[in-house]
Design a protein around this ligand. Structure first.
Ligand code: F6P
Length: 535
C-alpha cells in the first residue's frame, strides 16, 4: 500500500515493471503472436463485445505485474470511492458521479449523503416529455409552426460528447428512421463563419436553440447564444425566445438572467464533470430532440451496462481496467507518448500536489475507417511507435452489396480492420522481401520493423446501446489511468489558464476599439500582433 503522498513510481510494483521492460524489449510481436495460449488469454468478451489485446507488447507476466501495480495504486478502493460519491475530485471538492446519470431508476447512488438517482430521473422524465412535445408538434414556435431543427450551442464537453453520439446514431437505421425530417446541428466555435454555417438554410420560425453550458459563463458559448438570440428576435420579436430557446446548465440563475424561462431549463449537477457530461441533459436533450427519448435511453443503458461491468468484474476480465493498465504500460514504461484512437489526464502533479516524475497521458488522435490509412498510417507503420485501438463492428449500419464486387463494402472496410493490426505487429523483414524478389535498392524502404502494439475492439454493431458501452469504456479507461498514476482525472486547471489570458486580451480589444487605447501589458510579440490586428 502506498502512503497518501507517495508517488506510484516509488512502489515495488512500479519498479518491477520498470525492470520487466528489459524482458519485453527482447521479444517481438511476431513471436508473441505465435503463442496461441497467450493470445487466448488476451481476449475477452462482454455482451458480444470482443476485446483482443494480444497485439500489445505484453506477456502473461506483464499482465500479472500490471495487476500488482493496480493493487499498489489501490485501484479497487479508488473505483469504489468514485461509485460511493466520495469527493475524489479533491481540487474542486466534488464527487465524480457520471455513472449516476445512466443508473436505473431503482438504483441508489449518493452524493453528500443524498440519493441523486431520483433527481437524475426527474430531469430525464422532463426531457422525455419536452422532446416528445417538440417532435410531435404539440409545442410550436412563435408563428405556430412545429420546430423541426435544433441548434445546440456548447463547447468542449458540452459539445464533443453529444457530437460523437450524434455522428454514430445518424446512420443507425432505427435512429435514422426516428430522425426523419429533423436536423440537429452543433455550434461550438466562436468564429462567425461557424455561426453562418449553422444557420445556413434554417428558418428561425422552425428552429429551436439549445444553449448547453455547465457554468453558463463560457465566453464562446454565451456569445454564440446572444448571437442566435439576436437571430431569433430580429426575425420573430423578443417574446419568441420563450418558444425558441431552452437551456441545459447547472447554473439555473444565470439561465434565467439570460432570458430563458427556468421551466425550459434542464438541470445537471456539479458532480458531473464537463468532459463526462454527455449522459446528462447536455447530450440527452439534443439527442432526444433528434432521435426521440427511447433511442437515447438505449444509449444510456449501454453505458450503464459497462458501469456495472467496471464496478464488479475482477480486474483480469475487466475491460476498462485492462485498457487503462495497458495505457499506463505503454506511456510510462514503454515510452510511447501517443495513441491512435478515437480526457482530463496529462497532469504535472499528483493528486496530493507532488511534482510527477513521469508522463501522465497520451496524445490521442484517430480517424474513421480507412481515412487514417491514407493519411497518417505511414508514420505509425515505419516512424514513431504509436499504440493503436482499432474499433470495428460485425454488422454494418448501412450495408451495401454491389453486384460484381468481390466483397461487400463493409467487408472491404473490415478487411483493413483485421489486416492493419497484423501489419503493425509483424512488419516485414528484408528476408521476406528478398523472397518476393524485391529489388535490393527498395528493400530498406519496404522493410517494416513491426512489433508495434495495438488492440482490437469488435462490437456486434453500432447501435445506440453499443455506442453507450463504447463511451463508458473510454470514460472509465481514463479514470483507471488517473487512479493508477495518482492524479486527478476530473479537473482541468491547464485549460483555465488560456481562458484567463483570453479575458485580458478581450478587455484590451474593447478599450482599444472604444477609446483608441494602445495595447499594453503584453510582450513585444503579442503587442505587435495586436497592433496589426487593430490597424
Ligand atoms: O474548457 C474546458 C471546459 O471547462 C470543459 O470542461 C467544459 O466542458 C467546457 O469548458 C465548457 O464549459 P461549460 O459547459 O461550462 O460552458
Amino acid at each position: 500500500m502506498t502512503s497518501p503522498t507517495a508517488l506510484i513510481c516509488e512502489t515495488q510494483a512500479w519498479k518491477d515493471l520498470k525492470g520487466h521492460v528489459e524482458d519485453i524489449n527482447k521479444t517481438h510481436l511476431r513471436d508473441l503472436m505465435s503463442d496461441a495460449h497467450r493470445c487466448e488469454s488476451m481476449m475477452l468478451e462482454f455482451e458480444g463485445l470482443l476485446l483482443d489485446y494480444s497485439r500489445q507488447r505484453a506477456t502473461v507476466e506483464t499482465m500479472d505485474k500490471l495487476l500488482n501495480l493496480a493493487k499498489a495504486a489501490q485501484l479497487s478502493e479508488k473505483i469504489s470511492r468514485m461509485f460511493n460519491g466520495e469527493h475524489i475530485n479533491s481540487t474542486e471538492n466534488r464527487s465524480v458521479l457520471h455513472v449516476a446519470l445512466r443508473a436505473p431508476k431503482y438504483a441508489v447512488i449518493k452524493a453528500d449523503g443524498k440519493n441523486v438517482v431520483p433527481e437524475v430521473w426527474n430531469v430525464l422524465d422532463k426531457i422525455e416529455d419536452f422532446s416528445e412535445k417538440i417532435r410531435s408538434g404539440s409545442w410550436v414556435g412563435a408563428t405556430g409552426k412545429p420546430l423541426k431543427d435544433v441548434i445546440a450551442i456548447g463547447i468542449g464537453g458540452s459539445f464533443l460528447g453529444p457530437l460523437f453520439v450524434h455522428t454514430a446514431l445518424q446512420t443507425d437505421p432505427e435512429a435514422a428512421e426516428c430522425a426523419k425530417g429533423r436536423q440537429l446541428r452543433f455550434l461550438a466555435n466562436i468564429d462567425p463563419v461557424d455561426v453562418a454555417r449553422n444557420i445556413s438554410g434554417l428558418n428561425p420560425e422552425t428552429t429551436l436553440v439549445v444553449v448547453v453550458s455547465k457554468t453558463f459563463t463560457t465566453a464562446e458559448t454565451m456569445l454564440n447564444a446572444r448571437t442566435l438570440r439576436n437571430w431569433i428576435t430580429t426575425a420573430l420579436g423578443a417574446p419568441a425566445v420563450a418558444k425558441h430557446m431552452v437551456a441545459v446548465s447547472t447554473n439555473l440563475a444565470l439561465v434565467e438572467k439570460f432570458g430563458i424561462d427556468p421551466n425550459n431549463a434542464f438541470a445537471f449537477w456539479d458532480w458531473v464533470g464537463g468532459r463526462y457530461s454527455v449522459c446528462s441533459a447536455v447530450g440527452v436533450l439534443p439527442l432526444s430532440l433528434q432521435y426521440g427519448f427511447s433511442v437515447v435511453e438505449k444509449f444510456l443503458k449501454g453505458a450503464s451496462s459497462i458501469d456495472k461491468h467496471f464496478q464488479s468484474t475482477p480486474f483480469e476480465k475487466n475491460i476498462p481496467v485492462l485498457l487503462g493498465l495497458l495505457s499506463v504500460w505503454n506511456v510510462s514504461f514503454l515510452g510511447y507518448p501517443a495513441r491512435v484512437s478515437m480526457e482530463s489526464n496529462g497532469k504535472g502533479v499528483s493528486i496530493d500536489g507532488l511534482p510527477l516524475l513521469f508522463e501522465t497521458g497520451e496524445i490521442d488522435f484517430g480517424e474513421p475507417g480507412t481515412n487514417g490509412q491514407h493519411s497518417f498510417y505511414q508514420l505509425i507503420h515505419q516512424g514513431r511507435v504509436i499504440p493503436c485501438d482499432f474499433i470495428g463492428t460485425v454488422k454494418s449500419q448501412q450495408p451495401v452489396y454491389l453486384e460484381g464486387e468481390v466483397v461487400s463494402n463493409h467487408d472491404e472496410l473490415m478487411s483493413n480492420f483485421f489486416a492493419q493490426p497484423d501489419a503493425l505487429a509483424y512488419g516485414k523483414t528484408p528476408e521476406q522481401l528478398q523472397k518476393e524478389n524485391v529489388s535490393e535498392n527498395l528493400i530498406p524502404h519496404k522493410t517494416f520493423s513491426g512489433n508495434r502494439p495495438s488492440l482490437s475492439l469488435l462490437l456486434p454493431e453500432l447501435s445506440a446501446y453499443n455506442v453507450g458501452q463504447l463511451l463508458a469504456i473510454y470514460e472509465h479507461r481514463v479514470a483507471v489511468q488517473g487512479f493508477v498514476w495518482g492524479i486527478n482525472s476530473f479537473d482541468q486547471w491547464g485549460v483555465e489558464l488560456g481562458k484567463v489570458l483570453a479575458t485580458q486580451v478581450r478587455k484590451q480589444l474593447h478599450s482599444s476599439r472604444t477609446q483608441g487605447a494602445a495595447p499594453e501589458g503584453f510582450n513585444y510579440s503579442t503587442t505587435t500582433l495586436l497592433k496589426r490586428y487593430l490597424e
